[in-house]
Design a protein around this ligand. Structure first.
Ligand code: ADP
Length: 376
């Protein structure tokens, strides 16, 4: 081998070794492949802390960061985007450089229900793409329930208005028969009474929903119960139903006394209405300790007709009645319990029902105790 060739070979070997060393050095300075340098730390933090399904997608469609809701809603599956149509949108946004906003319905495998997503796909610097997706189901449910509510309210209002019109015509035609006129007039009074109750309950409901509740006053539970029973005495006496108070006196909650009175009155009215004559209605108050702090329970029990298990979950729905004719005959509107529920949840509490057909029902309102109140 000539010395020139030997020198060249030596230089080549030296260069290769040097190159390898440089590559080694550079490699060792680069972070591990699982730690992408592309992703700004703040973007990761924001993405991971969002309640929406949020994902940062890398230039090769890889997931670089995601929020806990992303796999739950099916947006992410393993290390990839879980919805083919969404992957297409990511590529489109990346290529076009424009943010995209779409509604996507995604049928998940394994028989789970369809998810309806509102999606925004935003291209970012460094060929990153950001996805933010929200479940549209709660908004759609709300929309549907307001549509139903409006349809039901209109129907409920039309019934007494139609009856009043017909009865007034009948009274006019029976002008020569005073007894018939009196009969029609009484029925007009009944129907207008129903109309009045319906309108005032609709107003109550819309007030309860539209405004933040004032739950700042110290309210004596005994006074609330006493007022509710006072308001129900006439109704109870007409049906020879006894009203009794029991349990622990002297409890207090924070809230709006008038609204709490309305809630307890509605429960007592129902207990009277859905019991046979000579039944007994008992209102019991007690203090309860729970993991979330001390609570006050107000239970209204009757030994009336009771409610079948399939209806107990539905009685709090607006306009729902187990027995429409019985509710109507007693002047019911189907709104009483939904008003109770609105008031109680607005006070940070809950209302539950236990019932057995033929034995009776107990509706229980549970509210947080006023702070610093010891059990007397
Ligand atoms: P309503 O004006 O019809 O009484 P509510 O919202 O107060 O409307 O109650 C809804 C339905 O729940 C009633 O129509 C009735 O069927 C049932 N219900 C409520 N309270 C009782 C009760 N204490 N015992 C039996 N059924 C009840």
């Amino acid at each position: 081998v000539s010395p020139v060739v030997a020198a060249l070979l030596g230089a080549l070997v030296g260069l290769l070794a040097g190159g390898l060393l440089v590559v080694r050095l550079v490699r060792s300075r680069l972070p591990a492949p699982s730690e992408p340098t592309l992703l700004p730390a703040d973007l990761r933090r924001v993405t991971e802390s969002l309640r929406s399904a949020a994902v940062v997608v890398g230039p090769n469609d890889e997931i670089l960061a995601s929020s806990p809701a992303a796999p739950t809603l099916g947006v992410v599956r393993g290390s990839r985007i879980g919805i083919p149509a969404l992957l297409a949108l990511v590529r489109q946004a990346r290529a076009g450089g424009e943010a995209l906003t779409v509604n996507l319905d995604h049928r998940r495998s394994s028989g789970r229900p369809e998810v309806q997503l509102a999606v925004r796909v935003v291209p970012l610097a460094g060929r990153l793409t950001w996805i933010v997706a929200d479940d549209r189901a709660p908004a759609l449910r709300l929309e549907e329930s307001s549509r139903d509510f409006l349809a039901n309210a209109t129907h409920e209002l039309k019934t007494p208005i139609g009856a009043i019109t017909l009865l007034a015509e009948a009274a006019e035609e029976a002008a020569d028969d005073p007894a018939a006129v009196r009969r029609f007039a009484r029925r007009i009074q009944n129907e207008s009474g129903r109309l009045g109750r319906l309108v005032s309950q609709l107003i109550q409901l819309s007030r309860l929903q539209g405004h933040a509740m004032r739950v700042a006053d110290l309210v004596e539970v005994d006074a609330v119960v006493a007022a509710a029973l006072d308001r129900s005495r006439e109704l109870a006496a007409a049906r020879s139903i006894s009203l009794t108070i029991g349990g622990t006196p002297g409890l207090r909650v924070l809230g709006d006394a008038d609204q709490l009175q309305t809630a307890v009155t509605n429960l007592v009215h129902n207990a009277i209405t859905y019991s046979d004559a000579k039944a007994r209605v008992v209102v019991t108050t007690r203090a309860e300790a729970s993991a979330d702090g001390d609570r006050v329970a107000i239970a209204v029990s009757d030994n009336g007709i009771g409610i079948a298990p399939e209806d107990t979950a539905r009685v709090f729905e607006r306009f729902y009645r187990v027995d429409y004719a019985r509710s109507r005959a007693s002047g019911g509107t189907g709104l009483g319990l939904s008003i109770v529920e609105e008031i109680v949840t607005g006070h940070g509490g809950e209302v539950t029902v236990w019932s057995k057909p033929g034995s009776g029902s107990t509706f229980t309102i549970v509210l947080p105790s006023a702070p610093g109140e010891e059990e007397p």
